[in-house]
Design a protein around this ligand. Structure first.
Ligand code: ADP
Ligand code: MG
Length: 259
């Protein structure tokens, strides 16, 4: 049984069918990629899994148990934590206070100890008392990651963690996500536009296009799938790179090339 199962999930916003019978599973201990052109429904899928949105139909289970009957505030306690495509920090609070929100429910003392451990892990202990809003974008992304990790999730959802990072930082992030999976013994569901990153670290890749699952499998298989190549070539968004053909080589250093 997969740790997370999304089964036949449909969600409409007025006339837009953001998710149109989407199904995929995420195996425990895997890094699973969730890719697709802009507007494919990836963030919406995260919002359904974290109960921010209620699907019109379908089921989402964690370890076989439905999470759709859980209110959103229970989701972290069930073992699911996330970061956001557009950073969602409490801007007037310090880094430490933001991370402590992720440790909510553990008691002040334990929470603070764990928050500092995680700040060490992401290399931000010395920024603990800086106001979150004053920090550069890349650092704010690490604060969000720390807030998610301190909740000790079993399943970590990362929504475009490489967005806004330069090539060197993207390469480091790939190694870092693998370290997170190993050190925290968790499962990762990764939404990302940087194909080299997704393809090089994912055990399995799911592809969405216009709210539908169009492919899933090991990275090499997905990259060679004509439906996937077609979905990316048919997309008119500059943000979307078509999947590079296997084998995956590291990106050449290109100045100013960001997602
Ligand atoms: N809250 C919302 N209200 C209306 N439409 C939305 C909302 N959230 C997402 N959508 C629409 O749903 C579709 C999927 O969006 P999204 O999940 O953000 O795509 P992705 O993350 O794959 O780029 C898009 O057409 C988007 O405009
Ligand atoms: Mg998105």
């Amino acid at each position: 049984m997969a740790l997370l199962e999304v089964r036949d999930v449909t969600l409409r916003f007025g006339g837009i069918v953001a998710l149109d019978g989407v199904s995929f599973g995420v195996e425990e201990g895997h890094i699973s990629g969730l890719i697709g052109p802009n507007g494919a429904g990836k963030t919406t899928a995260f919002n359904v899994i974290t109960r921010l949105y209620k699907p019109d139909s379908g089921e989402v289970t964690l370890e076989g148990k439905s999470i759709l009957r859980q209110p959103a505030y229970r989701i972290v306690g069930k073992g699911i934590a996330r970061t956001f495509q557009n950073i969602q920090l409490f801007k007037t609070m310090s880094v430490l206070e933001n991370v402590l929100i992720g440790a909510h429910g553990r008691g002040r003392k334990v929470g603070e100890m764990e928050a500092f451990e995680v700040l060490d892990f992401v290399g931000l202990r010395d920024r603990a008392h800086s106001p979150a809003a004053a920090l550069p974008y890349g650092i704010q992304k690490r604060v969000e990651l720390a807030r998610a990790l301190v909740a000790k999730p079993r399943l970590l959802l990362l929504d475009e963690p490489a967005g806004g990072l330069n090539h060197e930082e993207v390469a480091e992030l790939g190694v870092f996500i693998q370290r997170i999976r190993d050190d925290f013994a968790l499962t990762v569901l990764l939404v990302e536009h940087h194909m080299n990153l997704v393809m090089s670290i994912s055990d399995h890749v799911n592809v969405l296009s216009f709210g539908r699952t169009i492919a899933d499998g090991p990275p090499a298989q997905v990259q060679a799938d004509p439906a996937v190549i077609e979905a990316y070539l048919g997309s008119d968004d500059d943000d979307d790179e078509p999947p590079a053909t296997a084998p995956v080589e590291p990106d050449p250093p290109t100045e100013g090339d960001e997602a």
